[in-house]
Design a protein. Sequence first.
Length: 130
Amino acid sequence: MRVEACFTVTGEGLEFSVIEEATCLEPTDVWRVGEAVGFTQLCRKCDGWRYAVSHEDNVDASAVMASVVDRLSPACESIRLLGERGWHSEVSCVVYTSGQMPVLNFKPCTISSIARLGASLDIDIILSAS
C-alpha cells in the first residue's frame, strides 16, 4: 500500500514564485494549461502547483496527511490569500492498494487546519490488480 498526500493550487495564470513564497515550500510538480497529463493524450485544463509526500508499506494515511497539513499551517494566512487571486487550493490523500482495505481516520485538528487554509479536501482510493 502506498499513501500520497498533496497540497495543490490550480487556476489561470498561476505565479509559481508567489505560491512558493506563501507556502515556504518547493513544489514537487508544476504544469501549465495545455501541457500533457503524464504520458497520455489528455491536456491540462489549468495551471497547477503541487507539493506531495508519498510513503510506502502499510503507513497510516492520517499521519501522512497530517505531515503535509502541519507543514502548511504556519503559512495559513498567506495560503488563504491565494484564493483572493481566484486560485483554488486542495489538500488530497490518495491511497494505492492491491486489496488491503485502508483505514482513513483523520483527526479533527487536521480537518480544522485544512478548513483554516481555505482548501478543499479530496480523498481517493485506487485499487490495483497486483
